[in-house]
Design a protein around this ligand. Structure first.
Ligand code: B12
Ligand code: SF4
Length: 448
């Protein structure tokens, strides 16, 4: 059987900095490694490809096409499925990924045959063998009415070579090329605005060591981004990783997501990690207000944010700081927020309007103030204002966001160090992201 695995193209509406970079489609690389045992498989990454889906279908002639998805991709996935079926109605289309896990019903469409609510080696193999009783998969044949116990995605060994022709394009934090991988799953913090612990579970689970070792050996890029929700969730976790890279003498440039609490509690280990290659951290400071941090269930204070930022500066670790603009902020709040960022001085700052994704308790809390409905999929990109501001107009809110974005990314952030480290082109790429994001904000501001 011939199977094509597709990542949809980027959508213009996703306007935050992280949308201007993209990494390898790790989920598809995992599916590939299961399917390749007995079938001919190809990954078609439409974030890079110039060919249209129709051209690819004519050229490769697949029997089945699998498509990965985030919330913002829903309309694209449906459009692609319609186009594929128009080329050849015998092709079976199956959809998986984050959106299929969180809201599978978005894909209950005539052109889609299977929706993988969660993905495991077992259900992938049953799918290939045309087994009718696959757990975790909704089937058009059954009018998508299948019922099965709740389950989780399985972390499988990806085949990194499956994306060989694209790998030079994959980047992270200005480093290109960069690979992404996960060392541990889940997050025990359970912040109430966050989908991540809902996707991976609220228990930290160590990934099978055999998978980790095989994967570390397979990665050829000199930069690895660890996409664990909190790489610093415990001293044990960090120590065990440091032991591995010391033992195998793996000399790489590492980037991680880490929590404020983790930075404060693992300072000494972080120092050693820097010596072994840690160069940058993505950290959720979220806000400058204690009251908001408390409401978000973040279990940190604005002072602790500041403390973590000082530690990271002392350790010479580059920081990508992420904040959420609260819909109740007024002009003075934005001003105070800019002053707070000036004190913290990260290398890159992203500011997303608070986004209460469907399924979160925040969604219920803000239901009456939503500017868009749950099925306006492309709006749920973290870049758009989703909750109606209470103290200033929508137009003014976008204006404040744009001014803050430009101010912090072009004037306040510690870019000089980045320039030295990454070179002009990489910094321009990231800076361009900031400018492009602001151009989008101007459009949104005018449309008000
Ligand atoms: C790393 C990451 C990024 C990285 C890299 C992503 C990439 N590959 O390019 C960066 C920073 C670039 C990024 C960007 C964005 N991201 Co992001 N990202 C993540 C993160 C942390 C991990 C994703 C991941 O690779 N997981 C590991 C893989 C193995 O899991 P997976 O893809 O789900 O695959 C499993 C199954 O789903 C299945 N599967 C996947 N695809 C398919 C397809 C088929 C056919 C089948 C059968 C199965 C299947 O196989 C795997 C089995 O384990 C998640 C949070 C999380 N913990 O999930 C957010 C997350 C997915 N991102 C999110 C968002 C919103 C974005 C952006 C839109 C933000 C923005 N506006 O800029 C952009 C999207 C643009 C883009 N370039 O893709 C949201 C999605 C919300 C939603 N409801 O859809 C998440 C959940 C984070 C959050 N804060 O809520 N992201
Ligand atoms: S620590 Fe980070 S990943 Fe974990 S729940 Fe909070 S925001 Fe989400």
């Amino acid at each position: 059987m011939k199977i094509l695995l597709v990542r949809p193209p980027r959508i213009k509406q996703a306007i935050t900095l992280s949308n201007f970079m993209f990494s390898e489609p790790l989920g598809l690389e995992m599916i590939y490694s299961v399917f390749e045992q007995n079938h001919t498989v190809e990954i078609f990454d439409m974030m890079i490809e110039k060919l249209s889906i129709e051209e690819k279908i004519r050229d490769f002639e697949p029997d089945r096409v699998g498509i990965t998805s985030l919330c913002i991709d829903v309309l694209k996935v449906i459009e692609l499925s319609n186009k594929i079926k128009a080329c050849n109605s015998n092709i079976k289309i199956f959809v998986g990924g984050t959106q299929a896990l969180l809201s599978p019903e978005s894909f209950f469409e005539p052109s889609i045959d299977y929706v993988f609510n969660y993905t495991t080696k077992d259900n992938l193999i049953k799918f290939l063998n045309n087994d009718k009783s696959i757990e975790g998969v909704y089937q058009k044949e059954n009018s998508f009415k299948d019922s099965f116990p709740k389950g989780n995605n399985e972390y499988m060994l990806p085949n990194r070579a499956s994306t060989l022709k694209y790998r030079a394009y994959y980047s992270y934090f200005g480093y290109r090329p960069a690979a992404i991988m996960e060392y541990g799953l889940g997050c025990e913090s359970r912040c109430n605005f966050c989908l991540r612990w809902r996707i991976e579970g609220y228990k930290e689970i160590q990934i099978d060591m055999a998978i980790t070792m095989a994967d570390l050996n397979a990665i050829t890029e000199s930069t690895i981004m660890f996409i664990d929700n909190d790489f610093l969730s415990s001293r044990e976790k960090l120590s065990s990783f440091l032991d591995i890279i010391k033992e195998v003498d793996l000399k790489k440039n590492y980037i991680i997501y880490g929590s404020v609490k983790g930075v404060i509690e693992t300072q000494d280990l972080l120092k050693e990690f820097v010596r072994l290659g840690l160069s940058a951290i993505l950290i959720g400071y979220e806000t400058f207000k204690d009251e908001e941090l408390m409401n978000y269930n973040k279990k940190i204070t604005a002072d602790e944010n500041f403390k973590a930022s000082k530690i990271l500066k002392e350790l010479n670790i580059d920081v990508w700081a992420s904040f959420m603009a609260h819909p109740d902020w007024d002009k003075a709040d934005f001003k105070n927020f800019r002053a707070y960022i000036k004190k913290i001085r990260p290398q890159i700052t992203t500011i997303n309007p608070l986004t209460p994704f469907p399924g979160l308790s925040l969604y219920e809390e803000y239901k009456d103030r939503l500017l868009f409905s749950a099925v306006d999929y492309e709006k749920w990109s973290f870049g758009q204002l989703i909750i109606k501001p209470s103290k200033i107009s929508v137009r003014r809110y976008y204006y404040e966001l744009m001014i803050t974005y430009l101010y912090v990314n072009l004037f306040v952030n510690g870019n000089t160090k980045m320039l030295k480290k990454f070179g002009l082109m990489n910094v321009l790429r990231i800076g361009f992201g900031a400018v492009k994001a602001s151009k989008n904000y101007i459009k949104l501001m005018i449309n008000g």
